[in-house]
Design a protein around this ligand. Sequence first.
Ligand SMILES: CC(C)=CCC/C(C)=C/CC/C(C)=C/CC/C(C)=C/[C@@H]1[C@@H](COP(=O)(O)OP(=O)(O)O)[C@]1(C)CC/C=C(\C)CC/C=C(\C)CCC=C(C)C
Length: 601
Amino acid sequence: MGIEYAMVHVLYTIPPAVLLTLLYQPLISKLDLYKIGFLVTIAVLATVPWDSYLIRNCIWTYPSNVIIGPTLFDIPAEELFFFVIQTYTTSILYLMLSKATFQLPYLRAEPKLKRRRVSNNTSWRLCRIAGQLFFAGAIIASIGMIRDNGRASYMGLIALWAAPFLLLLWSLAYQFILGLPLINTALPILIPTLYLWHVDTLALQRGTWVIASGTKLGVHLWDGLEIEEAVFFLITNTLVVFGLLAFDNAVAVLESFPDTFRNVPSLPSPILLVKALLLSATDYDEKRLLCIQDAANRLKRKSRSFYLASSTFSGKLRVDLLLLYSWCRVADDMVDDAATPKQAHASIRDLEDLLREEYRHRYPSSVVRSFREHFCAPIPNLSDGNQAISQLPLRFLAKKHFEDMLLGFKQDLEFADPPPCEQSVHWPIITERDLETYARRVAGTVAMLCLQLVFYHFKTGLDEVERTEILSAGARTGVALQYVNIARDIAVDARMNRVYLPQEWLKEEGLTARDVLQDPDSLGIKRLRSRLLDRAFRIYEEARGAIEKLPQETRGPMRVAVESYMEIGRVLREEHYTVKAGKATVPTLRRIKVAWRALRG
Ligand SMILES: CC(C)=CCC/C(C)=C/CC/C(C)=C/CC/C(C)=C/[C@@H]1[C@@H](COP(=O)(O)OP(=O)(O)O)[C@]1(C)CC/C=C(\C)CC/C=C(\C)CCC=C(C)C
């Protein structure tokens, strides 16, 4: 009896597992825990028979003075623990590295057989077949190595054990394995592999475990590391990561196609996961995928705050928030970027028509699909982003919020162009009340729509009164965010002949709207900006508590969404700050710190 193998865990495998757990803990979700549990169970079940065979046939052995004693099918307890801790640590690392990636857009619909042309998707299919041939070849070669019963036996046993699993996982999840960024696929394999190569070198040198000499090739990757050991750790980490990718691929299918997979539980059963993986890529709803891809690209390009926040949301809520963002962003840009006020008004009319049509046809659920197809097809004058609305669960989103948002955009158009002379200033924001109404329309509505999505996706157990209170706190938070937005953009808005600071306030400072247009950075205006920020933070402080009444899974992400935007307000209160494209921004590291703190609550 000895503790040498146990010490390998104490010194080398447990510390990284603990460290990664502490780092990832604020982000961990129930689905992550389920995923890890699933993978660890499969890893143990798949490895025990194989490892027991190797030990019983003396292909590798453990001197009795290095292990504590208990065994299962001749496998020492320390070895069993190795399967668990390696799978666990590699899984946590994978989860950490994949958190920021929104995976759904990596699903690709493939054309049906009749329509196949040489395209990107066809070359993917060729890659899939090439991979399948490679793994099938490895199986055949491994059988030969084992039959020879010589120095390649151990290598053959590794390959025969792993290659069928790899073949299966590759065939089911090749889209994710090939398509996701290397940081999500190669890195979580390579980092633990290199680390375990180092640990293995130490263990082999000390004789903690021993490989029988007649069954190994005798090739060393470096001094002290047998090639079989190197391949073993590379393959086991690949198996874990491919397993996780297949799991995520299945979840992505379940989340992307609510028409095919209805009422998906938050922790889908293994059978459901397999069903999702078996759905042929030729049956994917291509239009929906395009809408989701388009929304994800837009968010990444347009908003650093909401992009970071979106990575903390998960599941279908994340998809719907993206789609909502996309619609709001495109609608706002259509009005702001219109060449003439006439065109801007026409855009608003188009958006009103679209809303009316979407709501009119949405209610009978049997026709949802056909209309979804209709509205995801290009509509004259409306860009792809507008199609996002056709993918939202509109039955659970009040039409009035969208209408009010458009009313807010109409208010934007009330700023005269060219700027009016001082006496005839008839711009929309005269009093603080006007400002609040405007902010409620353009941002309070966004908050209420986000919350309605939360109520749709989660069982909250809240009654009508509590929901109304939360919606109202959300709307106030939206107002606070909009005030920060206005405080940040005084100069940018002035270039568009817009002054959102209430004229009453300007008057108190002895200023006019024209002064803002001419010198948006003057001292008086800076004072008004501080006043606006004070209002924003007061409102926010009063309302933010309502987040804690939301379902537990959404509290942290909601805090991140609002906190990372309010941080812009904190930056504006400082003496010096970074400005990008004329707008104050929060430096990346600070943004991450804010998100981290918000997640911890
Ligand atoms: C995580 C995630 C993907 C969230 C998406 C949130 C979402 C749907 C945002 C839409 C934003 C948008 C483009 C709206 C159009 C009107 C508009 C411009 C509003 C201003 C947003 C600022 O965006 P940005 O800085 O990119 O705009 P410009 O460059 O100036 O054009 C707003 C400031 C409004 C944003 C308001 C919210 C996201 C509401 C936040 C409140 C909650 C989520 C509720 C919190 C809950 C409780 C209970 C307190």
